[in-house]
Design a protein around this ligand. Structure first.
Ligand SMILES: [Zn+2]
Length: 103
């Protein structure tokens, strides 16, 4: 088993786990998995802060400061909201159009 330093693990979160969460949200055609994605996302955010604290000695890597992590996760949250708002409006659109299809 490879043990990565906190800095590299944060990098994995930024470069692999976060994009995969966003991809999951985009692929999600059904709104009922939103809560699953949200709770996974919150755990990831928590983990990032823990790693950031462990790595606070590494100085100028630029990824581990709490402020950087906070801004990043705010950005991701916004992206997710946009994705979900779009899906919701698509869904509403479908509901509105359903009677037309039945006729
Ligand atoms: Zn670092």
């Amino acid at each position: 088993m490879v043990t990565l330093d906190p800095c590299s693990r944060l990098n994995t979160i930024y470069c692999q786990l976060v994009p995969s969460i966003i991809q999951d949200a985009e692929d999600n055609k059904y709104l009922n998995t939103r809560s699953v994605i949200e709770s996974g996302f919150e755990k990831l955010e928590e983990k990032s802060y823990q790693l950031g604290q462990k790595c606070s000695n590494c100085g100028n890597c630029g990824k581990c400061e709490a402020e950087t992590i906070e801004n990043l996760f705010l950005d991701i949250r916004e992206s997710l909201e946009v994705i979900w708002a779009k899906q919701l409006s698509n869904k509403l659109h479908q509901v509105v159009n359903e009677p037309l299809l039945v006729c």
